[in-house]
Write a protein that binds this ligand. Structure first.
Ligand code: P6P
Length: 345
């Protein structure tokens, strides 16, 4: 047999593996805008590293003392779990060390953490959303948003840097600690997901350019609270459950990041309405509502407070709460219409 008849040599297995492997570093480098300083990319690396460290601890929470309560009460009046404190410390320490932020807003701290130096970004984050689920081994998550600094870099950052509409975000994302650890992020050019390969410690691209499916599959509301909702919300959920409307399954896991992620993949709507006793709802605008709404819109969906896009709301305090409805644009808009149409105070 002469040379021409022989099949080309099969590429070495390693080359195949590498060819398919897109790490988060490679992905961000490939999408870095011309002339960008690289600070945002480096900041996202720091948050990815924080996700790896927190993931490692959540996997061991039952094996160490991290499962329990810390005995400390956070600004929300909720008892902080030891893992909340660990996650907050990890994010804060890595961001301080990275030198790219001037301020950090955290659910776990009463005031923003001001970082000396020349950092040009502000990070807002919920270090561990859903932490009440830790002992029941339900998925939990870290939520983050990134703003460019507005204040004069020669002076201290001020609340104009973080009390601003989510429309100003330049990036947002979450790390979901579930059956696997998934980092979902957007820098304004679509939503992309990276799954942590624990054997090599790399976040590897697993979903690029994610979009809410046109046909929704789930709705995520806590039905136990329905007697406490305003009429428009009750009317919307009752409409969802009518036999002649889209047949959706009800899935509500008590962890917004997990509900949001499932609905992003399979289509649906998550809602935490205002209710008697919680006139502004439960979720927080700055570090939960706005980042998740940024992702929802980047994925072709919508995030709303029941009346308007969450990204258009200007918060007045860093821990303020808001009703939150996230996901399939058609469903969120229908909810808004039914809320506006309902008689009410
Ligand atoms: P409830 C977790 O504490 C959280 O902020 C969200 O992640 C979750 O969707 C919601 O609260 C659950 O609240 O009142 O239904 O238990």
């Amino acid at each position: 047999m002469d040379e021409l008849d022989r099949d080309p040599p099969a590429p070495p297995v390693g080359a195949d593996a590498v060819a398919e492997l897109v790490t988060i570093e490679q992905f961000l480098q490939d999408r870095r805008p011309e002339g960008a300083s690289g600070d945002l990319t480096a900041l996202l690396y720091d948050l990815a590293l924080a996700g790896k460290l927190i993931s490692n601890r959540t996997r061991r929470a039952g094996l160490t003392e991290l499962m329990g309560a810390s005995g400390v009460i956070n600004p929300q009046g909720e008892e902080q779990k030891a893992l909340d404190l660990y996650a907050d410390d990890v994010v804060t320490s890595l961001l301080r060390r990275g030198g790219r932020v001037c301020a950090i807003v955290s659910e776990e701290r009463p005031e923003p953490t001001i970082v000396d130096g020349t950092g040009t970004y502000v990070v807002v984050h919920d270090p561990l959303d859903g932490s009440s689920n830790i002992d029941s081994n339900v998925s939990i998550g870290t939520i983050f948003g990134i703003y460019p600094r507005l204040s004069d870099p020669d002076g201290p950052p001020d609340d104009g840097d973080w009390l601003r509409p989510g429309r100003d975000l330049v990036a947002a994302g979450y790390v979901l600690y579930g059956t696997s650890t998934v980092l979902v992020l957007s820098t304004g050019d679509g939503v992309h997901a990276f799954t942590l390969d624990p054997e090599v410690g790399e976040f590897v691209l697993t979903w690029a350019d994610m979009h809410h499916p046109d046909t929704p599959a789930y709705y995520s509301f806590n039905h136990a609270s329905s007697p406490l909702w305003d009429q428009g919300i009750g009317d919307f959920v009752a409409w969802l459950e009518r036999p002649d409307t889209p047949q959706l399954s009800q899935r509500y896991i008590g962890s917004a990041v997990a509900d949001f992620h499932r609905n992003l993949l399979h289509g649906g709507i998550y809602g935490y309405p205002a209710e008697t006793g919680l006139p502004d709802g439960k979720l927080r605008m700055v570090y939960e509502g706005a980042p998740l709404a940024f992702l929802a819109e980047q994925a072709g969906g919508l995030g709303s407070d029941g009346h308007q896009p969450l990204l258009d709301v200007v918060p007045t305090t860093i821990h303020q709460r808001t009703p939150v409805f996230l996901g399939h644009r058609g469903l969120v808009e229908r909810l808004q219409d039914m809320v506006d149409a309902a008689p009410g105070p």
